[in-house]
Design a protein around this ligand. Structure first.
Ligand SMILES: [Zn+2]
Length: 475
């Protein structure tokens, strides 16, 4: 035997056999029976080879698959770990947020909504991805109306130390806190927390030197409150002529602020005391059981007030009340009101305190409003271009409140206000004087009024308790 076969034979008899099988001389020496046996071996060998090749090709693929799933698992667990370590996702955002801010894990950024900017725009400005901005806006939309966001709205944005967006928070104009925070699964969860509104009574004292508006301004009274003072005494005193230099005035108004000290809602005049025509006028704000607000003297009486004769002021009258030739219909017709021509969009004030009972389109009147002042008196307004959006049927309006704007809707030749006064449902001449009688609070309402007056002004004295003394304040 040669060396090679001997070595092969030593390694394994089967391999030796394969070696022999491959040699052509070997085949020549084999008997047919042996050849048949070898052929079978050959098939087995080829089969084995194919098998090995198959397994060899499958293993790496399987390996890849296995390693991928392991990697993925690791990735997920690692992500969870970073979430836990870096973000400290709180179960109750308020509790942990403060902690995270204090420990520097969370950074806050304040951004103010700019003019014509949407929330998404603001979030993009904060370098949030489109996806995050969209998800945040979607979540926030569940708790507030995004269309009602106004320029100047401040958002507090929260980022983890590695600049991962974590959530945002804002205070609404009503003082509520609205937030969106990312939870453990990366979902943005909205939250709304009703804010605590604190009411503050602010007292402003001053002296008349030239005119009320500028003196009130000098004393630090907000313009809106000064306007409420004029309105509270409207129909009783003329602020241009009845005030005398050197007379003091005292005003108390209620301001509503949030916990953060931000002013919310409308401030309301609560008390005014001033001297006009040598008489002291004390007026207290009170809302009766029916929800109607008004100003009352210390006796709990509202002042008698007249209905406005010319809601748009001393302008021209294009068509008076009574019989006239109609400019469109071209025949004599009774004119049910007074027409005041005015530029399109001129604001129209309510002619007196009352409740809106009609508001909408009314045939030839076009856009029409009717205000009921008492069971006897109403005023009506026609041809308006648009209504005050804040009002609706049932709204309470005070004398002078803007209810709509001049237009030319309905049967009209040009922009003007058609103004009617109705007495027991029948139109009467608006240029005559109609007085809404004073209203006196009685019984329970009067007791509530006195209690409220004492709360507003600690100097309030119940006039009935000091009956023996003369009361100069009573009008
Ligand atoms: Zn008219």
């Amino acid at each position: 035997m040669k060396t090679l076969p001997r070595i092969i034979k030593k390694i394994h008899p089967l391999i030796h056999r394969v070696y022999l099988f491959l040699k052509p001389a070997y085949w020549r020496l084999r008997t047919p029976a042996q050849k048949k046996f070898d052929l079978r071996l050959q098939y087995i060998f080829i089969g084995c080879c194919i098998g090995v090749l198959l397994v060899a090709s499958i293993i790496p693929a399987a390996n890849k698959l296995i390693s991928y799933s392991i990697e993925k698992k690791e990735l997920i667990s690692e992500k969870k770990k970073t979430d836990q370590v870096k973000l400290e996702i709180p179960k109750t955002p308020e509790e942990q947020l403060l902690f995270n801010i204090e420990t520097g894990k969370i950074k806050t950024t304040s951004l103010t909504l700019e003019k014509n900017e949407t929330l998404s725009g603001l979030l993009k400005r904060a370098d949030l991805s489109m996806k995050e901005a969209l998800e945040t806006a979607k979540a926030l939309e569940l708790v507030i109306d995004l269309r009602k966001l106004r320029p100047g709205q401040v958002f507090e944005l929260f980022f983890s130390s590695d600049n991962t967006f974590y959530g945002l928070q804002m205070e609404t104009r009503q003082g509520d806190t609205v937030s969106v925070f990312k939870d453990k699964n990366g979902l943005f969860i909205p939250q709304a927390k009703e804010g605590k509104i604190v009411s503050e009574m602010i007292k402003v004292d001053g002296t008349i030197t030239s005119n009320f508006s500028s003196d009130a301004d000098k004393a630090g009274l907000p313009k809106a409150i000064a306007a409420q003072v004029i309105q509270a005494l409207d129909g009783e005193i003329d602020f241009r002529t009845d005030l005398k230099a050197g007379e003091p005035f005292s005003i108390i108004y209620e301001k509503k602020v949030t916990e953060t000290g931000r002013e919310v809602g409308k401030s309301i005049l609560q008390y005014v005391s001033l001297t006009a025509n040598n008489k002291v006028y004390n007026r207290y704000y009170f809302v009766d059981a029916a929800g109607t607000p008004g100003f009352y003297n210390e006796y709990g009486e509202s002042a008698p007030k007249t209905l406005m004769k010319r809601p748009l002021g001393r302008g021209r009258i294009s068509s008076p009340f009574g019989m006239r030739r109609h400019p469109i219909l071209k025949y004599q017709i009774h004119h049910s009101g007074t027409d005041f021509p005015a530029p399109l969009g001129t604001p129209i004030p309510a002619g007196g305190d009352g409740v809106i009972v009609e508001m909408g389109w009314k045939g030839a009147y076009g856009k029409y409003i009717r205000i009921k002042h008492t069971n006897t008196y109403s005023t009506a307004y026609g041809h308006m271009s648009r209504f005050n959006d804040d009002l609706h049927i049932g709204s309470y309006v005070k004398r002078g409140d803007i209810i709509a704007y001049v237009g030319s809707t309905g049967r009209s030749t040009g922009p003007h206000l058609h103004y009617e006064v109705l007495k027991n449902g029948k139109q009467v001449n608006p240029l005559n004087t109609y007085t809404i009688p004073k209203r006196a609070l009685k019984g329970n309402a009067l007791q509530k009024f006195k209690q409220k007056a004492k709360e507003i002004n600690p100097l309030y004295v119940d006039p009935q308790e000091k009956e023996s003394q003369p009361i100069p304040n009573k009008k």
